[in-house]
Ligand binder design. Structure first.
Ligand SMILES: NC(=O)C1=CN([C@@H]2O[C@H](COP(=O)(O)OP(=O)(O)OC[C@H]3O[C@@H](n4cnc5c(N)ncnc54)[C@H](OP(=O)(O)O)[C@@H]3O)[C@@H](O)[C@H]2O)C=CC1
Ligand SMILES: N[C@@H](CC(=O)OP(=O)(O)O)C(=O)O
Length: 344
């Protein structure tokens, strides 16, 4: 049976990816699109400055954009995706959860809250059980589930694969695409012929969210993983696809082949948006590259390469599509898991 879904912030950069990914989805049927007051009452085609490389689905183009409030959307929505600016989401998402809606949100507010599941389905699906704690503590009939930051999503599956060798410390340096800052986030004058060695708040997100994702759920909360994570974040002039250089210190002393095998064997999931193979490992030291490899697994896989032994562990590169696996695709996959596990 179709699951009726809505998208909050549907006209934005990530909102448009949601619309693209939900088109012809085997389970989800789009029933509501919301945006800011300036878009309310307009057709989606008129309100959204469409910038995705496939056409607006015809049925969505004619939908009316409604206000981002629980009373404005149909009350029979089974699931609500959210890609609002985090300051707006912080106000609005709790209202939706209180009104009984189950939300799969990409916005960064409340990701580290103790009673909010932060999930990558292949890595820590069991953390969804936190919904019970959340409902007890907040008195919500609905629920709020988050996916992590795009840079965090890119490296965390590879760290999960390395954990069998005793993950102790991680240093990571990122080369992040401009789409991560949104369409108007970085001007061409700032980024062409340039690199910007700071992205506000990003390093802290990578350092904390990764430890929550890799942490243990003990029935009442998540104990953060003990590894120390240190990140340095940089913006470069690619359009999509975050590339990251990871240095991981390990308790054991695995060979390059052991590490590659652990990554390649890291299990995927049988969900509509999940790639058949989660982590693809390249032997070619020139891969992965953003332009060549970001659409691996329809933009939902993580690529790794350049694995080498180094003092106390290994170093390697990893890459994922930041607005698909790193944003809208991540939230859709969390939505599929919510359905599969019976929360929707
Ligand atoms: N861009 C990216 O690649 C990534 C973005 N994110 C996160 O996703 C979220 C959305 O980002 P992005 O899509 O780039 O942002 P955009 O600015 O492109 O889109 C924001 C959306 O929210 C709506 N909106 C803005 N203000 C309000 C308001 N006061 N009330 C209701 N709706 C409002 C906008 O509607 P309207 O069109 O009417 O203004 C639009 O639909 C952010 O939290 C961002 O940090 C995360 C990962 C990657
Ligand atoms: N900060 C990320 C994108 C982003 O919006 O992340 P978050 O989902 O944590 O707000 C980038 O610049 O590439």
């Amino acid at each position: 049976m179709a699951v009726r879904v809505g998208v909050l912030g549907a006209t934005g950069a990530v909102g448009q990816r949601f619309i693209q990914l939900l088109d012809d989805h085997p389970t989800f049927e789009l029933a509501a699109v919301t945006a800011s007051e300036s878009s309310v009452g307009r057709s989606y085609r008129d309100a959204a400055k469409w910038r995705v490389d496939t056409p607006i689905p015809d049925d969505v183009a004619e939908m009316e954009v409604v206000a981002t409030e629980p009373d404005a959307v149909p009350d029979d929505l089974d699931l609500v995706f959210s890609s609002l600016p985090s300051s707006v989401a912080a106000d609005v998402e709790p209202d939706f959860a209180e009104a009984g809606y189950v939300l799969s949100s990409n916005s960064s507010n409340l990701r580290m809250a103790e009673d909010v599941p932060l999930t990558i389905p292949e890595v820590n699906a069991e953390h969804l059980e936190l919904i019970e704690v959340q409902r007890d503590e907040r008195g919500w009939d609905g629920a709020l589930v988050k996916n992590p930051n795009c840079s965090t999503i890119t490296m965390t599956p590879t760290l999960a694969a390395l954990d069998e060798f005793g993950l102790e410390r991680v240093h990571v340096s990122t080369l992040q695409a401009v789409s991560g800052a949104g369409y108007s986030g970085v001007t061409s004058m700032e980024i062409i012929d340039n690199a910007i060695p700071h992205i506000g708040g990003e390093e802290e997100k990578m350092e904390t969210e990764s430890r929550k994702l890799l942490g243990e759920f003990d029935g009442s909360g998540v104990e953060l993983h003990g590894a120390d994570v240190s990140a340095s974040c940089n913006r470069i002039p690619t359009i999509d696809g975050h590339l990251e250089n990871v240095f991981a210190e390990l308790a054991d002393d695995p060979s390059v082949e052991d590490v590659a095998a652990a990554m390649e064997a890291y299990p995927g999931l049988d969900l509509p948006s999940a790639p058949e193979q989660l982590i693809h490992v390249f032997d070619d030291p020139l891969r992965p590259q953003p332009r060549l490899d970001r659409m691996t697994g329809e933009g939902m896989a993580v690529c790794a390469g350049g694995i080498q032994e180094t003092a106390g562990g290994v170093k390697y590169n990893c890459l994922a599509h930041n607005t698909i696996r790193g944003a809208a695709g991540a939230a859709v996959l969390n939505g599929e898991l919510l359905v599969e596990d019976g929360w929707v």
